[in-house]
Ligand binder design. Structure first.
Ligand code: NAD
Length: 277
């Protein structure tokens, strides 16, 4: 028996005993779809500091940097496709085992794989809001605005970063003419919660309510270093509900897990769904 098989048998047995799961996913589940994570398996931060919510709201140069990097980085997320881990969770939901899927990812790959009961905890990158009139624009529309207002392109090296971001030089970012709301010319912000921002209370309450009804919490592909995800592990512990981790690396909740499975999410969840559904 290989280690994926062993982990999958353990997870199947756990799900049979705890049939109503809340699942929490993080960047690791989308790594096989070509979207990089922030931290590696040891929990070490891999990239430069991400944009902070307050800086985005207050500083035009920060917004310029964000939109320049997103102009070249958006196609990576837009064109990413779900991998076997996303499909397996959709299959487990259809089979009745997943009560709610909370994702910290903003890439919408769970919905594209067929999951229906999903909370996008940190929002979704395929939508953009006007900070003045609150109108919602499709991200692809904003890509057109970026192209129309900037009659140049950057052909230098582009390193892909998490969250639809790429690394490009500062002087290139400064050339960007910002996209503006087509209706009121207001500033635009992706419909995501940046680092340092807070998740809307009602969104958290929906997740907490579901956790109270569930038998257990299954966390897949998250280092759980961000409090916004980690709080669900703490709440599960307070409620006396077991926490299961699927992660080949270290997480902040390792010491509270009933079960820690270190096989990669794709093969492990695919085999688990195959056995259970
Ligand atoms: P993280 O970058 O802190 O941690 C990623 C984790 O994934 C690591 O613990 C790593 O060991 C694990 N991992 C890597 N490959 C895996 C695999 N095949 N199977 C299972 N686990 C694997 O990610 P995080 O905890 O989600 O926190 C970072 C924040 O960044 C989140 O708030 C999220 O919103 C955001 N983010 C989103 C995306 C996305 O939408 N795809 C991508 C990067 C970051």
């Amino acid at each position: 028996m290989d280690s994926v098989d062993q982990d999958s048998r353990a997870l199947c047995a756990f799900i049979r005993d705890h049939p109503r799961l809340v699942v929490l996913t993080g960047a690791g589940i989308s790594a096989d779809s070509g979207i990089p994570t922030y931290r590696d398996r040891r929990g070490v931060w891999l990239h430069r500091e991400p944009i902070q919510q307050q800086a985005f709201l207050e500083d035009e140069n920060t917004r310029r940097r964000y939109w320049a990097r997103s102009w070249f980085g958006w196609p990576v997320v837009r064109d990413a496709i779900p991998n076997p881990a996303h499909y397996a969770l959709a299959q487990l939901e259809a089979g009745g085992s997943v009560q709610l899927l909370i994702t910290q990812n903003i890439d919408r790959l769970h919905q594209r794989a067929g999951s229906r009961r999903v909370v996008d905890l940190h929002g979704r990158i395929d939508r953009v809001r006007c900070l003045s009139c609150t109108r919602v624009h499709a991200r692809e529309t904003v890509q057109g605005l970026l192209q129309a207002r900037n009659r140049w392109t950057y052909r230098g090296p582009v390193a892909t970063r998490p969250d639809g971001d790429v690394d490009i030089p500062e002087d290139v970012c400064r050339r960007l003419v910002l996209p503006r709301c087509e209706l009121c010319q207001g500033d635009l912000m992706p419909d995501v919660v940046f680092f340092g921002g807070s998740v809307p209370r009602r969104r958290v309450a929906t997740c907490m309510d579901s956790l109270e009804q569930a038998d257990a919490l299954l966390c897949v592909g998250s280092s759980l270093q961000v409090y916004s995800g980690y709080r669900f592990c703490r709440r599960a512990q307070q409620l006396g509900k077991p926490v299961v981790l699927v992660n080949p690396g270290l997480t902040r909740a390792d010491d509270m897990a009933r079960l820690k499975l270190t096989s990669p999410a794709g093969p492990l969840l695919a085999r688990t769904a195959e056995r259970l559904c």
